[in-house]
Write a new protein. Structure first.
Length: 363
């Protein structure tokens, strides 16, 4: 699966390329920061970031920022693009470069954008998160122009749906649509078991009457997942109606690795540790982070036991001691890693057995 997501970097001052007061996801509020858009890749063999774009706010292209753009080395041919446009650009570049992917995953910032979903590379299925207030139809409505009641009132000019749309949150709260206990696959602590609702609905769009006139768009899957802490996630998926349910479950789990990429890259590889101000420096720094992540991915795959794979801290430890060229340190580090891998494997089997006992859905 190809994934697109944004990641923000809090910054002081105003002279760093692309810095502005804007929503900063990592802080959860409006703050001075840079915003990046990234494309990742996830499969059964691992996950990694493959591409990046720096989001440059629109005000940076105004006349009073001309000197600042020059000082930061922003290329003259760079024009303002939204984060969703940057994400589309990267996905199409991955496709042009021959990167094989059948699924595209994104969060609600992208999934709630109809234009973004409509312009995704052809031949792919999307699994796109949406917001809880997203309106849908439970079935395809008839679009008719209502008659005036008792001959009074203004004449309706545009067709309206025969049934009212409802929010996806209302569907999750509807007791007539029961939650299903679902095994999503294998995780680091055994089977991933969660509560889901999965049904076909009709997406809505804006009709001829403007924002108050909601019209049907197309039929897609609505996938609702409830986590152990009670948090609920809503997603649209345009996979065909006859797709196997296990495929949808698998797609749901392949969305999270790009978040794991950000967590690992910032915690262990220095993704957010830079003080450069220029356009080229930002892009070069992110390339080096992607190379480092790919290197650790190869290392983790090489030392993979049955389960789990080598963790990022373990990878960092092995790389660090190897640079010392001290064989005694290297062998000690290797023994520690093997010891903890065996312990984690035992813990994994223990977690798995408990879940097998508590959840009869797993064979």
């Amino acid at each position: 699966m190809a994934n697109v997501d944004g990641s923000d970097f809090p910054k002081k001052g105003t002279n760093t390329v692309g810095v502005a007061r804007q929503h900063c996801g990592i802080l959860g509020k409006t703050e001075n920061c840079q915003a990046g858009v990234f494309a990742g890749y996830s499969s059964s063999r691992g996950y990694a970031i493959l591409d990046r774009r720096l989001y440059v706010p629109q005000k940076w292209f105004e006349f009073e920022y001309a000197k600042r753009r020059e000082q930061c080395g922003v290329p003259e041919d760079v024009i303002f693009k939204t984060k969703n446009e940057l994400a589309l650009e990267m996905l199409k570049q991955l496709e042009a470069n021959g990167v094989p992917f059948k699924w595209i995953g994104c969060d609600s910032a992208f999934g709630s954008d109809r234009e973004f979903l409509a312009n995704l590379p052809g031949g792919c299925y999307y699994f796109a998160d949406i917001k809880e207030n997203q309106l849908v139809f439970m079935e395809i409505p008839q679009m008719t122009i209502p008659e005036k009641q008792n001959g009074r009132g203004r004449r309706h000019l545009y067709p309206k749906p025969s049934i009212n749309p409802i929010s996806v949150k209302n569907i999750s709260e509807n007791p007539d649509i029961p939650w299903e206990t679902t095994c999503m696959g294998e995780g680091s602590k055994g089977p991933i078991i969660t509560q889901t609702k999965c049904l076909r609905i009709v997406r809505t769009t804006i009709g001829q009457g403007g924002v108050k006139c909601v019209a049907p768009l197309d039929e897609v899957w609505l996938y609702i997942r409830r986590y152990e802490n009670g948090r609920i996630k809503y997603s649209f998926c345009n996979a065909p109606v006859d797709i196997a349910r296990k495929e949808l479950d698998r797609a749901a789990t392949m969305r999270w690795p790009i978040e794991q990429c950000f967590n690992e890259c910032k915690s262990y590889l220095g993704m957010d540790y830079y003080e450069s101000r220029s356009w080229n420096a930002w892009h070069l720094h992110m390339v080096l982070i992607m190379i480092a992540q790919l290197f650790t991915l190869k290392l983790r795959r090489k030392f993979k036991m049955d389960t789990p794979v080598l963790s990022m801290p373990m990878s960092k430890k092995l790389i660090g001691v190897s640079l010392t060229k001290n064989m005694e340190f290297i062998m000690e580090a290797f023994k520690d890693v093997v010891y903890y891998l065996k312990r984690y494997a035992v813990a994994y089997q223990s977690h798995r057995r408990k879940k097998l006992v508590n959840n009869v859905i797993i064979s």
